[in-house]
Design a protein around this ligand. Sequence first.
Ligand SMILES: Cc1ncc(C[n+]2csc(CCOP(=O)(O)OP(=O)(O)O)c2C)c(N)n1
Length: 597
Amino acid sequence: MASEKVLINSSRMEPLPHRELADLLVDYLAQMSVEFVFGIPGGAIEPLYNALARSKKKGGPRPVVARHETGAAFMADGYYRQTGKLAVCCGTTGPGTTNLITGVASAYENHIPMLVITAQTALSHFGRGALQESSCTGINTVAMFEYCTRFSTLVSHVNQMEHKLVTAIMTAFGSPHGPAHLSIPLDILRSPSPLNAPSYNVYSLMKHPSLTDHEAIDKLCRCIEQTKKIAFLIGDGCARSIDVILELSMLIGATVVTTPHGKGLVDPCHPLFRGVLGFAGHRSAKAALIDPEVEFIVACGTNLGEWASNGWDREVLFNHRLIHLDSIESHLAHSPMAKLHVRGDLRSIFQRLLNHLQSVRPPAASLSTSAPSAGESQRLRIQIDDSSKYNSDATPIKPQRLMRDLARIFPPNTCFLAEAGNSQAWAIHYLHPSWPLNLGEPPFEGGRFRACSEFVSMGWAVGAAVGTALGTPRNPVVCITGDGSLLMSGQEITVAIQERLPVIYVILNDSALGMVKHGQRLAGSEPVAYELPDIDYRAYAKAMGAEGHIIRSPQDLLDLDIAAICSRAGPTLLDVRIDPEEVPPIGTRMKVLGTSS
Ligand SMILES: Cc1ncc(C[n+]2csc(CCOP(=O)(O)OP(=O)(O)O)c2C)c(N)n1
């Protein structure tokens, strides 16, 4: 057996356990406290799985086998957003690698630090028609990944492995974060490792300099000091600075609005929060920003792309009142009209602002420092469209009401993920899970509500929910998805079954690609290609070995034993027969699709 082989270290004449290069790779993952490698095995990547098997026996990183490689990448993405640890996914040569592409591209657009490990046929077989050959003389997977990673390289010699691996990890956590791809031939992966242990301490190499533009911060300080009222627009780039931003907001009484990407970072009942601007956003957010008393809108950690900027809205945002702060320089290029650009680490910028303003300004008079009453702390100051439907008792259940009740019936430590399609639109507008402060720090990225922005692939939430649950075994994870997305990627639920994860899949069952259907209606286009078959997802759940319930009315939802569902060692599917005629809040998207400038 491979694990029992013994090598002799000639310099020291000591027996060493048999170690392959794949073991060294896994040692680096262990050094970074990574627990899971998401992927699917195959011939050329077997040495990595052998190393993971050895690692698992020692309590180190272990494999989680997905059903499709893109599902594996989505799981790794979910794991990072929950834990802040490197997302790692893998696939074998050929189709195992090409199947990863959608998930890796999604991670690229969402700035997920991801190590993508793929295999190649043995070096000596390159160019000889080997099965699934993917080198430069085959389908060239290194080149394919160049377009959706920040680093893509072939490891063509044993001695390249360590420095290419470390470069990949550092690049993944660089600015901006993103996927890095190592393509490793079979024979290299199983070569004896020249090293007994990692030579680098990756953590020390990954420490980020807290660089900031001092001159620009000084200008910003002066600007805020001399301004009566400002508003903050919070994007997902604020995940690691949100506490300081909110403290500053309280100090100066600034209104807080988020982009759809930043929604999970702010408690919806925060006294200064007025909702989401952009895709599926709130009128109260727009009103808060166009308020003539607001002299500056400080957009932080946002790319100000289509969704975040309300379709590049000049009235609300893209005008002389804009100040744009970001650590990702390319984002600043999206706001040429901004009065001021401030580059740098957001936490350092806000800490400096806070320190300065604390020394010159008393806390905003209107904001009481005493603890709010229970009622006050649960009060939404967000203007919701269609509040009659939000509170409707009608059957079939309205999606608006479903969102209202999901936020209420699940415990405050629940993490919600929303899928591409109407799920995202309904959730961004109507799902408002409040969280008591005593829950401690919000999870690492994205807070208690997460969605895949920019790339917005169907199936992201189904897979990411598995990675999220693995990263937070004690907290329930609710994945809100459409029936179309479930039919595209529902096989990943069987991973949640195998891993005994309490993921609750809420399926908005409308027998349609709902966003397509409603989009066509709103645009006055041909009603075409949106129908899906009527499917009983309770029976589907049962066939896989999961629990399922059919929900037709608000009462059906309230009748569920949520405590039992959340403590179940396995997923539960809620087949929610929503009212399919309800029009989702997708107006901004429709406006952009209908314009060419
Ligand atoms: C992989 C992928 N293919 C196609 C699309 C385009 N698309 C966006 S939403 C949508 C329909 C989603 O339908 P469903 O999952 O049933 O959700 P619903 O909108 O009904 O809630 C489609 C086809 C996409 N975002 N991702």
